[in-house]
Structures are given as structure tokens and as C-alpha cells.
Design a protein around this ligand. Structure first.
Ligand code: AMP
Length: 176
């Protein structure tokens, strides 16, 4: 198995100038790399008695479903505003320009349930932090956060560690 990073496609200036987009769809489409990524995140949390895997729209859903299946857990979708059909709670957070809102169903899990948060990538940590706030507001017990990619220069993983001790990423890129 080659380094997982080599399966990630780098797209300069997407979605805007100056951003190097780390495109994990090339990793998802490679059977061995996708299996390796899922297996690695499953291994990291297999002893945590995870009850629900919360995935962040949209690339987080791909991982959350596969990981939950392997852990014998359920899946909780954390979605962009206006897409969940039932009663939701929402959390608005800052982006570089403007803001964004994430929503979760009010009854997505029970108080005290053991939750694993999953997304493809952590950059500034704003998205993950908003998702963690939603889970904490519903009294979920966050056992950890898992990502394929960390961009440590942007400080997100350090920020998220203030909410949850176990933050696992499978690879990192030094500049953004
Ligand atoms: P952040 O809130 O800054 O941690 O951004 C994380 C979210 O934005 C994740 O859902 C990522 O999929 C996406 N994202 C942010 N920066 C990048 C990047 N350079 N390449 C790919 N996805 C990114």
C-alpha cells in the first residue's frame, strides 16, 4: 500500500485563488486506498464502544457509513441548513468570508450515547467544532473525532482537541 497521501488529488486555486484543495474522491474511488482509510479509522476507535458515527456532509457521509457498519454503530448525518426533514437544532459558524450553518435532527441519538465524529479533512476546525457543539448540546458523549487529512498549520486539530482528547487523522499536509 502506497502512502495514503499519494491517492489524494491536489487541486490548486479551488474553490478560490490561494486554496490548495485536497480532493479525496480519488482516494474514495481506489478500492485498496478506501479500504485502508476505513480500516485505519475503525482500528483507532474499535474499543470505544461507539454507538453512533456522526458524519459531516458530504464527504464525511461516505466514511461515516462504512465506519459505522464495521463498528456495529448507527449513522447520524450532520447536514447543511435546510436539508434535514424533521425537527433540527442548528449551529452557525464563521467561514473565511461569511458564515455557514450545520443542522442535526433533534432525536438523532439519546443523551449519553457514545458518538464518533467523522469528516474527510480538518482545516481551521470551524466545521468540526460546530458539529461537536450540536452533539454536546444534545448531551452526546463524544468519544473521538476522525479525519483522513489534517492541515495542522490551520490549527483545527489543536482547536478540536479542547473538546475531545482523541483526534485521529491518517495523514497531513504541511502547507494549507
Ligand atoms: P474547516 O472548517 O476549516 O476545518 O474546514 C473543513 C471542511 O471544509 C471539511 O468538511 C473539508 O471537506 C472542507 N475543506 C476545507 N479546506 C479544504 C481543503 N484545503 N481541501 C479540501 N477540503 C477542504
Amino acid at each position: 500500500m502506497k502512502d495514503l497521501k499519494s491517492y489524494i488529488r491536489n487541486i490548486p486555486d479551488f474553490p478560490k485563488d490561494g486554496i490548495m484543495f485536497r480532493d479525496v474522491t480519488t482516494l474514495f474511488s481506489n478500492p485498496a486506498a478506501f479500504r485502508h482509510a476505513v480500516d485505519s479509522l475503525v482500528a483507532a476507535f474499535k474499543n470505544d464502544r461507539v454507538q453512533k458515527v456522526a458524519g459531516i456532509e458530504a464527504r464525511g457521509f461516505v466514511l461515516a457509513g462504512a465506519i459505522a457498519h464495521r463498528l456495529g454503530a448507527g449513522v447520524v448525518p450532520i447536514r447543511k441548513a435546510g436539508r434535514l426533514p424533521h425537527q433540527t437544532i442548528e449551529e452557525t459558524y464563521q467561514l473565511e468570508y461569511g458564515d455557514a450553518t450545520l443542522e442535526m435532527h433533534l432525536d438523532a441519538f439519546g443523551a449519553g450515547d457514545r458518538i464518533l465524529l467523522i469528516d474527510d479533512l480538518i482545516a481551521t476546525g470551524g466545521t468540526a467544532e460546530a458539529a461537536l457543539s450540536l452533539i454536546e448540546r444534545q448531551s452526546g458523549d463524544v468519544v473521538g473525532c476522525g479525519f483522513i487529512v489534517d492541515l495542522p498549520a490551520l490549527g483545527g486539530s489543536a482547536r478540536v482537541r479542547t473538546h475531545c482528547e482523541r483526534v485521529v487523522s491518517l495523514c497531513s499536509f504541511d502547507s494549507d
